[in-house]
Design a protein around this ligand. Structure first.
Ligand code: ADP
Length: 542
């Protein structure tokens, strides 16, 4: 027997319509290439979104067509999120910091019909243009006054495109499983793979994001979206914020600039912010140098890479900010797990809380997880057994977009293999020990590079650290620690190695330390271990 409730489709346009009616005066503040302080309201945003939908119609784009964006976080990108998906097209967000050949591959593979490009990204598109045979035109996300000269034949100005359009538009209703957005994994191995989200997955994921034990968004909040909108839908924040009527602040190209972030936070009274650990390192280092504070912020969500305990502790002790670490990936929309204290954990000391915050957190309703051994058999949640982390749920990818070799990412039981290795404790707290390709295997036993990195960063003289496995004649592989140290604080190799005594199992201790000026980062701001392994390919332990 079926229930007798309405089968209203879960559509992204419904979030927009709701916010427009219920929070019309809530503000959206952006930094853009052409304006350091742009502000308007949800009412303005959605009126312009309807103008943009009319403009897209005139360009002749049809439902299901892909529209590429190469842009930072700002109000025009936000309008594209809603106009493109709301009209039934696919909003394909592209990371402009990927290698140029990857950007070309992604645009051609997705068969984007038009590209919407930030002013600052235009030089890249000019260069790639001859290889982008299928793209019919480029819209520069700026006004006439800032339009760059261009060699591209069909270049349009975003503001001019909107200016002549009506702000009346009826959002179409369609099946909630219709594709809404497309995002490629950065593809550190092989070509990038496309993850195709649906309206249903985006709306359910945004609902979950608002929950108090997840991102905890409310209408009282001012949310700073530092995580790029091309990095897994900005973690769903552009959907979750309008759902509850939170004020939004978007830093545009200034997202890695500690000083600019601090100024924005204080000017706009930001209460919640989300981003990868490197961003928070930049902000903390600016705060330390300048003596500035961020009193309005009460919560920072961090994910995308392991967050060192030292970041968590500094935020709490010095700035009264509570750090909530989450784990996820492009294929999981991305929310998978997040920090949570459960009553069953009993009273926790401050140190125990920091330890807990340094783990990847508990499952979010909507995502089931398990760890399995090499025979695909589930392992116990005892905090000791570690294995392949697998997930399933309504916002997890079931396959990749147009994958030529037909590679199925699901195991025989229909679970998605994340490529991460993890433990889960009896409270359901998940800890990533490594990405399976970063695991260090010493004498047949696994060493967690993440735990070693977190320990190294806890040393007061260390700015950033990476650990990679290098060949060893006796143990097959041993850990090599690569560090960037603070200029003003000389640290010796022996001192650094002694730091691990008593902090990790003795046989985990790195065998050697390499000091470098800077570590390479991927396009999403994570430490690029693939390049490090290349850089240290000829390295031999002393
Ligand atoms: P990319 O492959 O470009 O890094 P993703 O953002 O999809 O793209 O990366 C997902 C991966 O990032 C996860 O599989 C995991 O290895 C890592 N990751 C994400 N969040 C965390 C976290 N909190 N701690 C440790 N690793 C994380």
């Amino acid at each position: 027997m079926h229930g007798l409730m309405m089968n209203t489709p879960l559509l992204i346009s419904s979030i927009m319509r709701f916010a427009d009616l219920n929070y019309p005066d809530r503000e959206i503040v952006s930094v853009t290439a052409d304006n350091p302080n742009h502000r308007y309201t949800y009412r303005d945003a959605f009126a312009r979104t309807r103008q943009l939908a009319n403009a897209l119609n005139k360009l002749g784009v049809k439902q299901g067509d892909r529209i590429g964006t190469l842009a930072w976080n700002d109000y025009r990108h936000f309008e594209l999120y809603y106009a493109v998906s709301g009209s039934g097209m696919v909003c394909h967000t592209i990371n402009p910091r990927l290698y140029p050949e990857q950007v070309t591959y992604i645009i051609n593979h997705a068969q984007d019909r038009f590209l919407f490009v930030d002013l600052l990204v235009m030089p890249l598109i000019e260069k790639l243009w001859p290889a982008l045979a299928g793209v019919e035109g480029v819209v520069v996300m700026t006004d006439e006054a800032h339009m760059p000269a261009s060699e591209i034949p069909n270049v349009m100005c975003y503001e001019t495109l909107l200016a002549s359009e009506s702000d009346q538009f009826d959002w179409p209703e369609f099946d909630e499983n219709t594709a809404s957005a497309l995002c490629y994994t950065s593809g550190t191995t092989g070509n990038p793979k496309g993850v195709l989200y649906s309206h249903r997955s985006a709306v359910l994921h945004a609902y979950a994001g608002c929950l108090p034990d997840v991102l905890a968004f409310s209408g009282q909040d001012c949310v700073l979206l530092v995580v790029p909108m091309f990095h897994v839908n900005g973690w769903g924040v552009p959907y979750s914020s309008p759902m509850v009527g939170a004020k939004m602040v978007m830093p545009g190209p200034k997202m890695a600039d500690g000083e600019a972030l601090c100024a924005l936070i204080n000017r706009e009274s930001v209460s919640i912010a989300s981003g990868v650990p490197t961003i928070w390192l930049a902000l903390l280092s600016y705060l330390e140098q300048s003596g500035a504070t961020i009193p309005s912020v009460n919560r920072v969500s961090v994910g995308g890479a392991a967050c060192p305990r030292s970041i968590i502790e500094t935020f709490d002790r010095k700035y009264n900010v509570s750090v909530h670490q989450g784990w996820g990936m492009t294929e999981t929309s991305p929310l998978g797990t997040i920090f949570k204290i459960k009553p069953a954990m009993g009273e926790l000391t401050q140190d125990q809380q920091y330890d807990l915050r340094a783990k990847q957190g508990c499952g979010v309703f909507g995502i089931e997880m398990r760890i399995t051994d090499e025979n695909d058999q589930p392992l116990p949640w005892d905090g000791v057994a570690f294995g392949a982390l697998k997930v399933r749920g309504p916002w997890v990818a079931s396959e990749y977009y147009k994958l030529e070799d037909g590679d199925n990412p699901l195991d025989a039981d229909g679970w998605f293999d994340t490529g991460d290795v993890a433990t889960i404790d009896p409270h359901g707290v998940m800890t990533i020990t490594d990405r399976s390709k970063d695991v260090i295997k010493s004498g047949g036993e696994w060493i967690s590079s993440i735990e070693l990195e977190n320990t190294a960063v806890g040393h007061p003289g260390v700015v950033e650290a990476a650990v990679i496995g290098r060949e060893h004649p006796k143990w097959t592989e041993r850990p090599l620690l690569i560090v960037v140290t603070k200029e003003q604080q000389a640290v010796s190799k022996d001192e650094l190695l002694a730091w691990f005594d008593g902090r990790v199992a003795s046989w985990w201790k790195p065998d050697d330390v390499a000091f470098v000026e800077a570590l390479p980062h991927t396009a999403t701001g994570k430490i690029d271990k693939l390049s490090l392994r290349k850089q240290f390919a000829d390295y031999k332990f002393p």
